[in-house]
Design a protein around this ligand. Structure first.
Ligand code: RIB
Ligand code: CA
Length: 315
């Protein structure tokens, strides 16, 4: 039986690949997508989400537009020059009228079996939902979060974007007592995708592969020219987090205590990952499984299978 999944995202070219994995993998039953401001304003993340679904010929997955900005402080200041609109046709489908946070509260409250959530943008929607109805945390079977870094950062010298863009929300979520699987930059940077990989997928000619091929080359160019990673190409962070829900061997986990730095002038938004083995000195019990390593070849094979199988009906 496949696992009921909600993806909370700020689509975004790597979120887009995560959506394709969530919608097409037979082990996952993507029941809804909620959007949040992050990579772009929420209207754009919502539009991008709708574009991806329609372009990849994925139907029956409702999209709920969520929070417009962080819990505290000014609206998100995105990386200058980073592309916002995905280069895909305008969609004919639209988002649901209900707000994402109301949807999350209502759906989790009435859930009879646990629901898995993959949160791959700022954690604003989840934090608001947890504040509105704290009891819903018991309905979450697993919470996969793409965010943070142990020794890798991107948006500042200390922090990763999803956490930096709403540190207070991340703090609420990490303290909520939910079973968290964290996918930090340290792991996602180990599994980049190259132009050759994208070209191979495009040869499959499936709607999902052609959708990915429409925007990944720009992402790869941005990474290779502005923030190169070892092995070339570009990480597709969010897709690793969703993929590991069904193939945990894509990564290696270690248990750790993760807390969010809220005050540091230079370190605000940093995930402080305490991996010390000696509990007697650690201030808090371990609250997360943290992916500390990723298997790049296994991840590429995993994505290839998803892109190739769509047309044949294997998935
Ligand atoms: O830092 C990478 C993360 O920030 C990814 O989820 C990307 O989509 C952006 O949200
Ligand atoms: Ca994202």
């Amino acid at each position: 039986m496949s696992e009921d999944l909600i993806i909370d995202c700020d689509t975004g070219s790597d979120d887009a690949i995560a959506l394709l994995v969530g919608a097409l993998h037979p082990g996952l039953n993507l029941i809804a997508i909620t959007t949040v401001a992050g990579n772009c304003p929420v209207d754009v993340t919502t539009l991008n989400t709708l574009k991806v679904l329609e372009s990849a010929e994925i139907s029956g997955v409702p999209v709920y537009r969520g929070a417009e900005g962080p819990l505290v402080g000014p609206a998100i200041d995105r990386s200058p020059g980073w592309p916002q609109d995905l280069d895909l046709p305008e969609p004919s489908i639209t988002a649901e009228p209900q707000h994402a946070v109301d949807f999350l509260v209502e759906t989790l409250t009435s859930a009879e079996t646990p629901i898995t959530i993959a949160a791959v943008g700022p954690l604003t929607n989840l934090a608001l939902a947890f504040r509105m109805r704290p009891g819903i945390v018991s309905k979450i079977g697993r919470l996969a979060i793409m965010g943070g870094g142990i020794s890798v950062a991107n948006i500042s010298a200390s922090a990763e974007a999803n956490i930096f863009w709403d540190p207070e929300a991340a703090d609420v979520v990490f303290r909520a007592g939910v079973p968290i699987e964290l996918f930090p930059l340290d792991a996602t940077h180990m599994a980049p995708v190259t132009s050759d990989d994208v070209a191979r997928w495009a040869e499959a000619g499936t709607p999902a592969a052609l959708t990915a091929a429409a925007f990944l080359p720009e992402r790869i160019h941005m990474y290779e020219s502005r923030m190169p990673v070892e092995g070339g190409g570009a990480p597709v962070h969010d897709a690793l987090a969703v993929g590991a829900l069904v193939d945990p061997d894509l990564v290696r986990f270690e248990r750790a205590n993760v807390e969010i730095e809220l005050h540091g002038t230079l370190t605000r938004g940093r995930t402080v990952v305490d991996q010390r083995p000696h509990l007697f000195l650690a201030s808090q019990p371990k609250n997360a499984r943290v992916a500390v390593w990723a298997d790049r070849q296994r991840f590429l094979d995993f994505l290839t299978e998803i892109f190739h199988a769509q047309e044949s009906g294997d998935h």
